[in-house]
Ligand binder design. Sequence first.
Ligand SMILES: Cc1ncc(COP(=O)(O)O)c(C=O)c1O
Length: 361
Amino acid sequence: MTHFRVLRSTQPASEQQRAEMLADPGFGRFFSDHMASATWTAEAGWHDLQVCAVKPYSLHPAASVLHYGQEIFEGLKATRHPDGSIWLFRPDLNARRFVNSARRLALPVLPEELFLDSLVELVRADQDWVPAYDGERSLYLRPYMFGSEAFLGVRPAQEVNYGVIASPAGSYFSSGVSGITLWVSENYARAGKGGTGEAKCGGNYASSLAAQVEAQQNGCEQVLYLSDDEDRYLEESGTMNLFLVTADGELVTPGLGTILEGVTRDSLLDLAAEHDLKPVERQVALADLRAGCEDGTITELFASGTAAVITPITGFKGAGYAHTVGDGQPGRLTLAIRKHLLDIQFGRVSDTHNWLYPVVS
Ligand SMILES: Cc1ncc(COP(=O)(O)O)c(C=O)c1O
């Protein structure tokens, strides 16, 4: 039974408009016809659960999100398989992370069942917006929640909005998978112990923008964040988790605590053994990364996340130094693991891990 009432848009995009958007969607530029929405108040709990036409919000200027940034979000994709069916990838992990983020930001918990239901009903309503199978394009889903109460005191909002919007997403690497270079940020930290590093909250991304600009000014695509310990351990990249491959067959990623627990990260740790790699979660000091890339004990470096699945990292630099990883090309294992995960997500190999969640059969 669904909890979300579906009120179909009376002004959906025409077939031709939709076809034009789906032909070259890029990322985050176009939006489907519908959204899911729900309201929470301290007195009534969750109510007004619906899928309706995408519409703007009317917010009081004192709404808490505008002043104190009480906001969280998620990101995941719906993909179409060769037989036309539509699937989500491990949405239960996004639901759980959304609960954890809500707790950290003192927002109300949206039960996992309602989270999943909102995704399924929205994707069913907008199934024509899931691009035809090509093994690359998808419909990106963006659930979010924010404090909307009009009140200037600093305390958890007593009125909160939940929503999901959908945006067709194109191939991340339209001209073949290429590597990126990371800028090691010494000036900006992303998180500290006890902070919000583990939560997917808007404020983390607002505070990352200055570091991102600095990376670009130094000719790099993304930031590599370090912990604030004296040893400066690797944390994560701008919107991706980090992995390295060692010459003796380990797939190493920094442990949890102040980083986002990526769904892709978790999946890659599970797939490692199928590539004869030993999955390891441990701290890696910047000095060890630099030394390992120079003496060849670290052979590959990559970042993982929903948007690009896996992005090879072919080099990194910081104030006064630059390193190439391996031979400066995307690594062999990096590309093999990337293909493996995409094969699962697009239904080209059997889903032995039970990661796929059916939406339209
Ligand atoms: C800061 C950060 N780290 C890691 C990730 C990767 O997480 P996932 O694999 O769930 O997309 C993301 C993207 O959501 C992110 O924003």
